[in-house]
Design a protein around this ligand. Sequence first.
Ligand SMILES: [Zn+2]
Ligand SMILES: [Zn+2]
Length: 336
Amino acid sequence: MSITDSPLSQPETDESTNLPTEGVDPQRLPLPEATQPLKILWQYVIVLSTVHLIALLAFLPFSFGYLFTWSGLILAVLGHFVFGMMGITIGYHRLLTHRGFHCPKWLEHGLAILGMCNLQDSPARWVAIHRMHHQHSDHQPDPHTPLANFLWGHVGWVVCRHRDLDRTSHYERYVRDLLRDPFYLRLERRGGWFFVFVAHAVLISLMGALFGFAVSGGIAAEAVRYSYSWFVWAVAVRTVFVLHGTWAVNSLSHVFGYRNYETRDNSRNNWLVALISHGEGWHNNHHAQPRAASHGHHWYEFDMSWRVIQFLEWVGLATDVVRPKTEQVADVEKES
Ligand SMILES: [Zn+2]
Ligand SMILES: [Zn+2]
C-alpha cells in the first residue's frame, strides 16, 4: 500500500480500539513533532483575524444598520451551501481527498474553485493535511488532534508552522494524484489559490454595487452601501461560518458525541457539527469508512452533502459513488 493510498483506506481495516500512545494521558497528547519549536505563521494570523473583524462589523450596533441588507443575508446563507458545501464538503473532502465518487474534470475543477473561496488553503495542501489526519488520527503526528488541546485542534494548527507542509515537495507524497494535474500544481505556486479568493470577493462586491444601483433607482450612495453589505455578509460572515464549521469537525467531532464504530481514534458523531457543516459531523462514521460518500449511516443521521451527491449521480454527473458497507451498517442497526 502506498502512502498516498493509506489515508483513504487504512482505517477501514484497522480493528484496534486503542487510543493514542499508551501511558500518555489522552487529553494531554503532545503536539506533533513537526510543529516544534512552535512558529507562528503571521500571514495566516493576519488574514484570518482580518476576515473575523470584518465579519464582526455585521453585528456591531454602530455598523449593523448601515451594512444589513436582506439580499446580503440571503447570499450569506446561499454561499454557505454553494461555497461551503459544494466547495469544501463535497469538493475538497469527499471528492478530492477520499475519491468517494468520480465526476467530469470540469466539474471537479469547478468544485475546487468553489472550495478556494472559503480561505481554507489550496486544494492540495488541504487534502494533504486531511490525509495526514486520517493516517494518524488522534495520535501525535495528527496535525490537528484536539486531544493535544481543544484550541489547537480547532484553529491553533492552522496558524502554526508544520515542517512537513512547508514546501510542496515535502507533502507531495500525500497528494501525488492531485499534483499530476497541472490545474492543482499551478495553484500551489505564488499563492494562486488566494487570488481566487480575492477575485471572488471583489466580484461579489461589484455585483452588490450593481444590485444596489438598480434597486435604488440609480443612487450612487446605495450602490456603495450594497457593495459593502455584500462584502461583509456574503463574503466575510459566510467565510467565517464555513471556517468554524470545518474546524468544528476537527475539534468538537473528536471530543463530543456518540460512537457507532470502535475506530482507533476518538472520532464522534456530533449532530450540531453535522448541522453546520452539511453532514460532516457524522465523523465517527466517516473515520470508520473514510471512502464512503455518505457520512450518515442511520436514517436519522441526515447528511445534506450526500443528498447532493445522490442528485449528481441521478443526473449522471457523479459515477462510481462509494456507499457505506452494508454489513457494517447492519451491525450498527443491531447494536442500537
Ligand atoms: Zn477526524
Ligand atoms: Zn476525511
